[in-house]
Design a protein around this ligand. Structure first.
Ligand SMILES: [Zn+2]
Length: 75
């Protein structure tokens, strides 16, 4: 992954990389993914599995806490 030098768009302070953690059943952890379009509800599974999803990384401003999320295509 290319290295970003990102500044907060609100206060121009440095931002640190991270990700949004999702904790599911039985302490199963995963990274929040980005999915195109609207969520499709499924009777059995809550939401239908998406056609395409992208992993995301989220940067956090060390000063004001602003979050900026990027969705990268997995090559
Ligand atoms: Zn900031």
């Amino acid at each position: 992954m290319p290295r970003h030098e990102i500044e907060c768009s609100k206060c121009n302070s440095p931002m640190q990389p991270g990700y949004l953690l999702e904790e599911g059943h039985g302490n199963e952890r995963s990274i929040t993914a980005w999915v195109e379009g609207q969520p499709q509800k499924s009777f059995w599974m809550g939401l239908r599995p998406p056609q395409e999803k992208l992993e995301t990384c989220t940067w956090r401003c060390i000063r004001c806490g602003y979050l900026e999320t990027y969705a990268h295509a997995t090559a």
